[in-house]
Design a protein around this ligand. Structure first.
Ligand code: BGC
Length: 397
């Protein structure tokens, strides 16, 4: 096999991209109608902020790599300040603990989260807390969320099927922190959207292109932000490397788009291809997406080329799904839209943001100026604070 033949399989023509966008839009409609769909279309029960929400909130961010707690002040006028913050890895680099492994219980995990919160809430004040929990959850209201299934290769026991705000509240109570009241649980895409919309009223789509991948949007007809769990979309042209990666993952068959787009998997994809092309490589998952970024930055040769087409396809697939969302919410593109994107892949992979913008421009043609995709860095803390403010006052437009 030569590299040009592999590269051709990773190319996505404009016509293929348009077809993917169309299938994505159809999957959205099916999911919303309660018909079988790869898209879960989970209502967050939160609308968009007005931009004048104010107050001091705790924000807990649990996404699968680190846990972060912030004390966020919403100042109104779309502005916020992070007054204090702490972060800790969920897997100890020295191997002393791993809160993401099946050997850990949910109780241990949430006790660890409560410990982190305690470090910022030791001042005796009452706090409302917004919890960014970046996994598919079913929600009856903004304050409660039942984890449907773990993603991103996490397997902590006793959390799937459980209500996470309750698990957190119980852990806080055991820690003597009942003064901290979890009032909102949101997906990280929803946090990114709320934080960006707090300052920019055109923001109605948000995505994470990081360790994981997912997109949400504001559904004006339903008055709520909807977490699509788009990482599970699967009407896609798979190569045999995609199938090989999927077969050895925690959940074969699930999260197929995420396994083609997200940083958790790009390195492994590049490694599988490099191995088939006779390049010396390490064991499974030994290549992080940072390594793919350094392959991209490092001169010529097959590694650079592999990194370029693996990362390029990721950006084009993400753009195709955005096109699908836009077609659903504004078929004639009569309004302006900002797509807020967070995540290390979008922020740091050389050429990624540019490739995504170019692919989006290709989809939109003469209407391209209506849509802006931009980096919304670290919105999840502010987003959780906005969510807590909205949930506490039941406001929002
Ligand atoms: C999760 C989503 C999340 C995304 C980005 C995916 O694995 O299923 O809920 O938004 O990762 O963190």
């Amino acid at each position: 096999m030569d590299i040009a033949a592999v590269e051709r399989q990773f190319a996505i023509t404009s016509a293929e991209a348009a077809a993917i966008a169309g299938r994505f839009r159809a999957a959205m409609a099916a999911g919303l109608a309660g018909e079988p769909s790869t898209l879960k279309m989970l209502p967050s029960h939160l609308g968009l902020p007005a931009g004048d929400e104010r107050g001091l909130f705790l924000a807990l961010d649990f996404g699968g790599t680190n846990v972060r707690v912030q004390l966020v002040e919403l100042c109104g006028h779309g502005r916020w300040l992070v007054r204090r913050q702490i972060a800790a890895p969920l897997r100890d680099p020295a191997g002393a603990y791993d809160y993401t492994a099946a050997a850990t219980s949910g109780e241990q995990l949430f006790a660890f989260l409560a410990d982190q919160i305690a470090a910022l809430a030791a001042d005796g004040c009452d706090y409302l807390l917004g919890h960014t929990f970046s996994f598919p959850c079913r929600q009856e209201d903004a304050g409660h969320a039942v984890l449907i299934s773990w993603t991103k290769e996490i397997s902590t026991a006793g959390v799937e099927g459980h209500e996470v705000a309750g698990l957190l509240a119980a852990a806080l109570a055991r820690r003597g922190l009942a003064r901290v009241r979890p009032v909102a649980v949101i997906n990280d895409t929803v946090g990114t959207l709320l934080a960006a919309a707090y300052g920019d009223p055109h923001t109605d789509i948000a995505a994470i292109c990081g360790t994981g991948h997912n997109t949400c949007y504001y559904d004006a007809a339903r008055g709520t932000v909807i977490n699509m769990e788009s990482g599970n979309f699967a009407a896609l042209p798979f190569t045999r490397w995609d199938d090989a990666l999927d077969a050895t993952s925690e959940r074969p068959g699930a999260q197929r788009l995420e396994k083609m787009v997200a940083g958790r998997y790009l390195g492994e994809l590049a490694r599988l291809i490099a191995a088939d092309l006779g390049e010396p490589v390490g064991p499974p998952y030994s290549l992080a997406s940072e390594a793919v970024a350094s392959w991209l930055a490092g001169g010529d040769g097959p590694r650079r080329r592999i990194a370029a087409f693996v990362a390029g396809r990721s950006a084009r697939l993400a753009a195709a799904t955005f096109r699908g969302v836009l077609a659903h919410i504004d078929p004639g593109l009569v309004r302006r839209h900002t797509i807020a994107i967070d995540g290390a892949l979008y922020e740091k992979m050389p050429g990624y943001a540019g490739a995504l913008a170019a692919a989006l421009g290709d989809h939109l043609g003469e209407k391209a100026a209506q849509v802006t995709a931009l980096l919304a860095k670290d919105g999840s803390g502010a987003g959780a604070a906005v969510a807590a403010a909205l949930a506490a006052t039941r406001r929002g437009r």
